[in-house]
Design a protein around this ligand. Structure first.
Ligand code: HEC
Length: 166
């Protein structure tokens, strides 16, 4: 049977029955080649949001990039250092969009700590970089303390995680 909302998409039916805009929840379909996204649009969006993960997922990415940033500085690979910082900013912004409840604790980090790290990279000098990286690390830990995650203590990495060398 043709659902009512499909009929509503025909303009003369919409005029006759006074149909409003089609509610999002009425759109049923399977998306993707494997059809793994099931249910109505609302259920599909919920599943996608769940798959993207919360702040912990953001932090795993930030943690990796934080480590890569360190080795970039050690290698004096300033373009790679900048690349990592840009992606840390992007990951933080996306993570805070998904978990706005974390945003208040992140204000100083976003507005002060990150721009300061950017400046320290731009100097293209290892000593300036390492001094900036120390302040940067303190910024990570300050937010963890504010968020009740004091047990997640960040310190500069001791070993490389990726095959990127310079
Ligand atoms: C909003 C402030 C905030 C800032 C800024 C922040 N973190 Fe976090 N971090 C958190 C919170 C909250 C958690 C716990 C997330 C959870 O469990 O949902 C966390 C968890 C982590 C974890 C553990 C992730 C896991 O689940 O395995 C790592 C690693 C981490 N942060 C690294 C960093 C690094 C490195 C920085 C700085 C470059 C940083 N964080 C900056 C709030 C922050």
């Amino acid at each position: 049977m043709t659902p009512f909302y499909t009929l509503c998409s025909l303009s003369f039916v919409a005029v006759l029955f006074g149909c409003g805009p089609t509610p999002v929840t009425d759109t049923y379909s399977e998306v993707g080649t494997d059809g793994w996204l099931k249910g109505n649009r609302e259920e599909q969006l919920e599943e996608v949001a769940h798959q993207l993960g919360g702040f912990s997922r953001t932090m795993v990415e930030v943690g990796y990039r934080y480590s890569e940033l360190y080795w970039a500085g050690e290698d004096e690979n300033w373009k790679y250092a900048e690349h990592q910082l840009v992606h840390i900013i992007e990951a933080m912004e996306d993570g805070l969009k998904r978990r706005p409840v974390r945003a208040a604790s992140a204000v100083e980090f976003m507005e002060k700590t990150l721009p300061e790290m950017k400046k320290a990279i731009a100097v293209e000098d290892k000593d300036s970089f390492l001094a900036g990286y120390k302040t940067f690390t303190a910024g990570c830990n300050a937010c963890h303390a504010k968020e009740g995650e004091k047990f997640i203590v960040i310190q500069h990495p001791l070993a490389r995680l990726s095959p990127v060398r310079f």
